[in-house]
Design a protein around this ligand. Structure first.
Ligand code: SF4
Length: 409
């Protein structure tokens, strides 16, 4: 057990709800169970664990997450929610379009007989890409992290903190029609109005996947997604808003991650910051493993002493989304896919998604600096690197922009 005691910069933080942002990795898991074993989480305070599912994780990560949820809820009685990004159709300003929200899912894989199960075949990731109409990339940024993790958590917490009673359902979102009400011509006009230049046929082809996803987000009850039977108490409020502590699993030997996150929180002009539920000073971010000087070797000792573990390599090559573009060409090309299905555990899924959703600057009539590669793919613009190049294994040496993923920041 990693000994963690108090880590609060202000004494009253101890009394506000604590949210453990669980990434599905070992450091995050070690933080969670150290907090639980040291008696530092309390369901009566409104504490909750959140895992954001991208549908692109390794199957061993899913096994690990479900085991963490089971142990956390059955032994320690703290609710642990699996949360996914979802879009739905609604009308705003007289026009139907798709909007984003979150959906709670249960601890079994999605199937026709378990429609509220978690997705693991890339469905959520593709829904996001199709909805926004372009790929997240080294150029346009980690819109995948922002939408599928940060904003989705904020949407979930808004409801979690708002409902004082555990059995009050979260409302249904979306219209009540049985088929899509979106006018594709109006959708394309909106794209043009916002400065877009993708030809209509290509644009609507990219939108097709999202347009065929769920029309609405159904009513949800928190109690249907956790085995913990608790009753939310009125929460600590300051000027009518809920303050909370976020607990993240950064380690002491990852100072750059912490610095980057601090900078983003301090930089109020950065629109991409969405850590601030209810804006500004309501979220107090803590990294207890940093406070207690916990490093990678301590995490290894922690899991070596347990009878269960994640079961993936310690080098991070298979953590988070299996073929995350932030991992760099060398690491990506070293991943061996043992999965014949075309899921995100298989590079063929990433090749297909990249080819379908990359921007073609030539088709858009944009000026291009290189005739050689007019695409904006996961790796940026004009680069020779793509998932298909990684799959072929040629010309990788000059293309290794290995960057830390930092996905849970
Ligand atoms: S792990 Fe990579 S691909 Fe997945 S959400 Fe994070 S940045 Fe995006």
């Amino acid at each position: 057990m990693i000994k963690i005691e108090s880590y609060y910069v202000e004494e009253y933080h101890k009394s506000v709800p604590h949210v453990v942002k669980f990434s599905g990795g070992r450091s995050s898991g070690a933080l969670l169970f150290s907090l639980l074993e040291n008696g530092l989480l309390d369901a009566d305070r409104g504490d909750v664990i959140v895992f954001n599912n991208t549908s692109a994780e390794h199957h061993k990560t899913y096994d690990f997450v479900m085991e963490c949820k089971r142990r956390c809820e059955s032994k320690y009685n703290i609710p642990f929610f699996l949360v996914e990004f979802q879009t739905y159709e609604s009308c705003r300003n007289g026009t139907y379009d798709r909007f984003s929200t979150y959906k709670l899912v249960n601890n079994k894989p999605y199937s026709e007989t378990n429609p509220n199960g978690y997705h693991s075949k890339g469905e959520i990731f593709e829904e996001l890409i199709s909805w926004q109409g372009y790929l997240p990339s080294l150029l346009s940024g980690r819109t995948c992290t922002k939408n599928m993790k940060m904003d989705t958590t904020v949407a979930f917490l808004n409801d979690w903190f708002a409902f004082k009673e555990f059995n009050v359902p979260v409302v249904r979102l979306g219209h009540f029609g049985e088929s899509s009400r979106i006018d594709k011509n109006l959708l394309y006009e909106k794209h043009l109005r916002h400065g877009g230049s993708v030809p209509k046929e290509i644009y609507l082809e990219k939108k097709e996947y999202a347009l065929n996803r769920h029309l609405f987000r159904s009513t949800q009850n928190f109690r249907d997604y956790t085995s913990v039977q608790i009753e939310n108490k009125p929460l600590y409020t300051k000027k009518g808003i809920v303050e909370y502590c976020s607990l993240i699993g950064f380690r002491a030997d990852e100072p750059l991650r912490l610095e980057k996150m601090k900078k983003r929180i301090d930089d109020k002009s950065n629109e991409n910051i969405s850590v601030a539920y209810l804006r500004d000073k309501n979220e107090h971010v803590y990294a207890p493993l940093v406070e207690y000087n916990v490093e990678q070797k301590d995490i290894k000792d922690f899991w070596d002493s347990r009878e269960w573990d994640l079961g993936l390599p310690y080098d991070g090559s298979l953590g988070n989304c299996v073929y995350c573009f932030m991992k760099g060409a060398t690491k990506l090309s070293s991943i061996q896919s043992n999965n014949d299905d075309i899921t995100p555990e298989n590079i063929d899924w990433w090749v297909r998604i990249e080819e379908k959703y990359q921007r073609d600057l030539k088709a858009e009539g944009r000026e291009i600096s290189t005739e050689e590669n007019p695409f904006i793919n996961f790796f940026g613009v004009g680069k020779k690197l793509s998932y298909s190049v990684i799959k072929e294994g040629s010309g990788l040496e000059a293309n290794d922009d290995s960057l830390p993923c930092n996905c849970t920041d």
